[in-house]
Ligand binder design. Structure first.
Ligand SMILES: [Zn+2]
Length: 62
């Protein structure tokens, strides 16, 4: 259950699309920005049926 989500990089502001695995519930993980290669702290919120409710992208150094 992969869903595509758009996020904005908190470092360079560039928008890009990521794939979120909804089969394991909400997750928090690090994904490198495809533009500036900085580590983005991503947290996904998934409901009990595996639907993506929301996603947030934060800097990893805050
Ligand atoms: Zn970036």
């Amino acid at each position: 259950m992969l869903e595509a989500a758009r996020i904005s990089c908190p470092y360079c502001g560039e928008e890009f699309e990521i794939s979120v695995d909804c089969s394991m519930g909400g997750q928090q993980y690090i994904e490198d920005c495809s533009v500036c290669c900085q580590p983005i702290d991503i947290s996904s919120e998934v409901d009990i049926e595996g639907n993506l409710l929301g996603i947030s992208a934060r800097r990893n150094d805050e």
